[in-house]
Design a protein around this ligand. Sequence first.
Ligand code: SAM
Length: 234
Amino acid sequence: NLSKRLTLVAEQIPPGSTIADIGSDHAYLPCYALKHGLITSAIAGEVNEGPFQSAVEQVRKLNYTDEISVRKGNGLQVLNKGEVDVITIAGMGGPLIVSILEHGREKLPGIKRLILQPNVAANQIRVWLEENNWILINEEIIEEDGVIYEILTADREGNSPYSEEKRNLELLLGPFLMEKRSDIFLKKWKSELTSWKEIVQQFEKAKQTNEVVEKKKQLLEKINEVEEVLKWQN
Ligand code: SAM
């Protein structure tokens, strides 16, 4: 059975797509998507030998070798132009996902949708999407085995989900997630607030250099803003 996390990623694939799953490990996601008729073909990319072999074996075991091409290589290097219309990258940190997209820039024309599931620092992905003219069209947040995950979907076209006044806050929390305010979302940011407050206490104990004072001020502003959001009533 596919994890709840990867099932949610799969749900973001428009039926009939061809996908590239980068950092595919066992190729569970493309195999699931093919089995459920979401895709016609896929590329599973892996940079490391162990996970690459796991993907090869999984695809062979399910007799999907005609439809799923398992390729070894770094990031988007495994793709040829025009081969797929959706890219999925799941289970890595936000900065690594951004770096894969950044280094694979020349492979992005022709891609219609990005489905990205960062384990941390989703805000860095939102910023990258904005700077590169991708439109964030959906966000999901879930908890599985005690870990909270976010799934970001971006298309080439659509209306910007960001407002002028709250843009920075929306880039941090996620405009759709802020709107939905699910229990998991509230839980995540309450826990972030707790750790930020601990950092403020560290700052208070430290020597009050200009840098410390400035950092503390910025963090307190961020705490206030996020607390405001958590206080809103539906
Ligand atoms: N995508 C799967 C998931 O969400 O369950 C596997 C996630 S696993 C934690 C991350 C995988 O990404 C590892 O198998 C790792 O080898 C691979 N990886 C890391 N950096 C990569 C890169 N630059 N290009 C391709 N694969 C990469």
